[in-house]
Design a protein around this ligand. Structure first.
Ligand code: NAD
Ligand code: ZN
Ligand code: ZN
Length: 389
């Protein structure tokens, strides 16, 4: 079959690879009808996440039709139409039982590696380094879904692929980021990053009743997309984020701050950003935490920082004293995708949210290598890419 494979920094190829097979009795094979490129894939593309190997199949946001099931699979049958959550969950361990699917205790088959890096293993993830199991991803014609009984979302035929595809990642990610803020009707929610995750967080914060939602980025079409829903926008290259947020909150600062940027943050003319770039270049720091520093500084005391943005390793010069003394609450993590599936599918079916608004490019899978570049460089107004095998 054909698949998009990682071969090193900025080197994604449309390769011919062996078809996936049922390996465990609980597996299923899904024929992919649509998949997407996620901002998290860019961290691999840019070479910032450790643990990739040449030839690894990319992709963790995908859907399709079940074409084969293992003998122990109970909840799926051939012909079912499914979105596949990026978090592989067993459904039976203590964490899955609590709804903490992204830290499932059983699905990472490279537990030892993860324990060394993080102290504990987290869930297996599709197409996302050998630290999270080294599972083949879904930017491919076919994909093996391990623990298939609890690693799928069945979707009705009445909804299009574009409406439901993002249930596997960016929609629940924006939603969880907002839910973790425990939004009150008096709250200002500030969201750094107007990429696909930021866009979903904007809609989620609005649905959850925030007083005002403010979005920060520097890419004009991304800011415009957020503004179209009534969000206030700040271009961090044109104005001071801290000053503008204070103005918008009578000098008090936003109660809730969401980091939808992650470890590759940019910054306009700031000293700390130059410091991070220099340290990252000589590998003394793995992640650039400019957004975290800004959030700590501007967040109203007793407020909440919610962090869906991905970090991989070590960060430096974090004003932890400010965070401690202001009594900030930190919420973060890879998304517990399956926790939110029923509610979000319901909201899509009722027409409360149609996540397809974020798609700017729909292309063939073989165009994937070019689309990685276009998405990364934000060329051609690109906000979200969907690929069809
Ligand atoms: P993206 O790269 O398209 O968007 C990031 C946006 O941040 C860009 O528009 C960029 O211009 C902007 N940005 C950069 N520096 C900034 C700054 N200093 N202030 C404000 N904005 C800034 O990616 P995406 O798909 O939207 O993903 C965003 C983050 O969410 C990534 O780190 C991704 O890995 C992560 N993510 C996490 C999960 C999860 O489960 N927690 C799931 C999906 C994605
Ligand atoms: Zn993702
Ligand atoms: Zn589990």
């Amino acid at each position: 079959m054909k698949a998009l494979c990682w071969h090193g920094k900025k080197d994604i190829r449309y390769d011919t690879v062996p078809d996936p097979r049922i390996e465990q009795p609980g597996d299923a094979i899904v024929k992919v009808s649509a998949c997407a490129i996620c901002g998290s894939d860019l961290h691999l593309y840019d070479g910032f996440m450790p643990g990739m190997k040449s030839g690894d199949i990319m992709g963790h946001e995908f859907m399709g039709e079940v074409v084969e099931v293992g003998p122990a699979t109970r909840n799926l049958k051939v012909g079912d139409r499914v979105v596949v959550p990026f978090t592989i969950a067993c459904g039976g361990c203590e964490q899955c039982q609590r709804g903490n699917y992204s830290v499932c205790e059983r699905t990472n088959r490279n537990k030892d590696l993860a324990e060394k890096a993080f102290g504990h293993s987290t869930a297996g993830l599709f197409g996302y380094t050998h630290l999270t199991g080294g599972y083949a991803g879904g930017q491919a014609e076919y994909v093996r879904v391990p623990h298939a009984d609890t690693t799928h979302i069945k979707v009705p035929q009445g909804l299009t692929d574009e409406q439901v595809l993002f249930l596997g990642d960016i929609l629940p990610t924006g939603w969880q980021a907002a839910v973790q803020c425990n939004i009150q009707p008096t709250d200002t929610v500030a969201i750094w990053g107007a990429g696909p995750v930021g866009q979903m967080a904007v809609r989620s914060a609005q649905l959850l009743g925030a007083r005002q939602v403010v979005v920060i980025d520097r890419v004009s079409e991304r800011l415009a997309m957020a503004a179209a829903t009534g969000a206030i926008t700040i271009d961090f290259e044109q104005e001071s984020v801290v000053e503008r947020l204070r103005e918008l909150t009578s000098g008090k600062g936003p109660e809730k701050c969401i980091d939808a940027v992650g470890l590759e943050s940019h910054a306009a003319r700031s000293l700390d950003a130059m410091y991070d770039r220099a340290k990252q270049a000589v590998m003394l720091e793995s992640d650039r935490p400019h957004v975290l520093r800004e959030m700590i500084y501007v967040c109203r005391p007793a407020g909440t920082l919610s962090i869906p943005g991905v970090y991989g390793g070590l960060i430096d010069k974090l004003p932890f004293g400010a965070s401690m003394n202001k009594g900030l609450t930190w919420r973060m993590g890879q998304t517990h995708v399956q926790r939110w599936s029923d509610e979000l599918l319901g909201r899509i079916a009722e027409g409360q949210i149609d996540p397809s608004f974020v798609i700017t490019h729909s292309e063939a899978l073989e165009d994937g290598p070019d689309m990685y570049e276009i998405f990364r460089d934000k060329e051609d107004g690109c906000i979200k890419v969907v690929l069809k095998p």
